[in-house]
Design a protein around this ligand. Sequence first.
Ligand code: ARG
Length: 463
Amino acid sequence: MSDKSSNQMWGGRFAAGPDAIMEAINASIGFDKRMAAQDIAGSRAHAAMLAAQGIVTPSDAEAMREGLLTVLSEIETGDFAFSTALEDIHMNVEARLKGIIGEPAGRLHTGRSRNDQVATDFRLWVRDQLDAASSGLTALISALVAQAEAGADWVMPGFTHLQTAQPVTWGHHMMAYVEMFARDLSRVQDARKRMNESPLGAAALAGTSFPIDRDMTAQALGFDRPMANSLDAVSDRDFALEFLSVASISAMHLSRFAEELVIWSSAQFRFVTLSDRFSTGSSIMPQKKNPDAAELIRAKIGRIFGANVALMMVMKGLPLAYSKDMQEDKEQVFDAADNWMLALAAMEGMVKDMTANRANLEAAASAGFSTATDLADWLVRTLDLPFREAHHVTGSLVAMAERKGCDLPDLTLQDMQSVHADITADVFEVLGVHNSVASRTSYGGTAPVRVREQIARWKEVLE
Ligand code: ARG
């Protein structure tokens, strides 16, 4: 292989080897070796099919299949010498196979091209990552449901514009993230279904004149069917783009939650205490416990969005079918996958380990006139005021409380009646945060009774 005068794979047409710079820009072995197991699985399926179709002899196919297992174990144990001169994982594996079994190795590439080979390897790799994401999301969802169950009726402030809006329950807030991550999970499953078709046998772009059996290789590799158009099969990277889009949306959810954890764990909020296992200290300030995992999740998400945009850019100008530009698909997807999986696992760990500070949540829930809407609703229900007028009356009461430096429940009945004479002492019942959340029983609302129904539903789904 290190025969510099020409290349083992296409040396017939070439008199000279590549320039060193050409080799550097051309080689993908530095990163596509991560697809070694997929490459070997694809080749083993192809070899078996070639024999079944009488294209190679059974003994040659057996030698290939056995030899490929030897190559795999060499790679797994770190005994494999990857060569940049051999460009990529496909040629590295094939060259080593030749070293082990000799002449039959040269028959493996019959009816196949690196174009359908790389498309197959990469699909298998992305499919594994979709499965890993399913597990990671499911574990995170379980951890959130457990948190929700522990504090289904704990009150906390709900925010809009990060200003106190209305009291909600801790369980409700946790279950909001369950819904978000569950949509991610359904997108993962949906993407997996759509991508699970085999490009193998599309050959370079036009198919092959050998009597191959694409159904057989598709089945052997766990694909639902072969892809129907050979041009599309070698030029399509939608599966990688869908992976990155699904990952991006999920990453956005992770980042929003991370942001909340950063805010909630601050000394000013103290809504949650993160465990020592998922925090760090400061080298100078002894009191510090920093939410680094949350911050890094929030930051790493940018790489995933970047990968999505980068691959879109790679693909958008390419004529059919394969172009070498497409070799730039892998590093983006590898990096995004690594960071998505890491972020999912870190988030699961943080959620499992964190402690919600019930008393602080409750104290914060009562601050900021959070039951003003309950008061306005009471005026509508009890005094039959139009909502707009009730809103105005309540606004005046909030302004009064603000002047007096107290909360709404601390106003006297006299205070209340000075703004609207018909207000009665009953009003104080709706000003408590527990009554407030308990009253929001509409479907999907924050009332503990509704939240517990959702928790029960999810626990069933998770089983
Ligand atoms: N290393 C290449 C890639 O990742 C494999 C396919 C090469 N095909 C070709 N026609 N040069 O895309």
